[in-house]
Design a protein around this ligand. Structure first.
Ligand SMILES: [Zn+2]
Length: 232
């Protein structure tokens, strides 16, 4: 099999491969993807923090109500006239008063802690929104830069595609199909020469039976790297 034309095709195709690879490795594209992920994560976090702040505020309301109830009880006790009470009633009243003082102190401590938590959540929320806005801004910038990079290589890409279409005409159909299939998986170069008894792509040594098959057919798919090995 004459593979000269197939090799010419691959030479031109290597230029197209380089262009495609430059887009795959494009730094603007990478930054855009990174920023998109950051924005999504920040948005998710801001939702969570919003819910957390809501929960805390409801908890504060509950504790405030409890505090009010205990405080009312305390005021009732303080308003009582001790002069008309028995000794036992006065003792019980003092026990109750001590208990209420304790309860109020605990509730007050809880309220302080909850208020601190709310402040921490709000600070985190503000920080998260800042991160989100920054990520969104950087995403827009890098996406637009990437789009420009794509646009810039488009004429060269189209020129190469046209050239390849012309070159493909003289090539064995079956070989061309095989080539295209591997090329679609970004395997490049697709065609490699037999070097000694080894595949020119992955350098694995070929068994004697495969070498004789290659010498008869002219081409052979490498079992290791899937490239097309040629012999001539
Ligand atoms: Zn190989």
């Amino acid at each position: 099999m004459d593979i000269t034309k197939m090799l010419d095709y691959q030479t031109t195709d290597s230029e197209l491969y380089k262009l495609e690879k430059s887009l795959r490795d494009n730094s603007n594209k990478k930054v855009a993807a990174e920023m998109s992920n950051t924005a999504k994560a920040s948005q998710q976090r801001s939702f969570e923090l919003e819910k957390k702040a809501g929960d805390l505020l409801r908890e504060i309301e509950t504790v405030k109500k409890q505090f009010q109830i205990q405080n009312d009880k305390m005021n009732q006790i303080l308003a009582k006239d001790v002069a008309n009470m028995s000794k036992e009633e006065v003792e019980n009243m003092f026990i109750l008063k001590d208990k209420l003082v304790q309860n109020l102190a605990i509730l007050d401590k809880n309220l302080t802690k909850l208020a601190e938590n709310v402040n921490a959540v709000l600070a985190d929320f503000n920080k998260t929104i800042k991160t989100y806005n920054l990520a969104k801004e950087r995403f827009t910038q890098s996406k637009s830069a990437y789009d420009k990079d794509v646009e810039a290589i488009e004429p060269k890409k189209q020129e190469l595609i046209k050239k390849l279409a012309v070159l493909s005409k003289g090539i064995d159909k079956e070989l061309m199909e095989k080539y295209n299939k591997k090329r679609q998986d970004n395997l490049f170069p697709v065609l490699v020469q037999l070097v000694g008894n080894n595949c020119g792509g992955c350098h694995m040594e070929l068994p004697a039976a495969q070498i004789s098959k290659l010498k008869t057919d002219g081409v052979l798919s490498c079992e290791h790297c899937r490239r097309i090995i040629y012999y001539r």
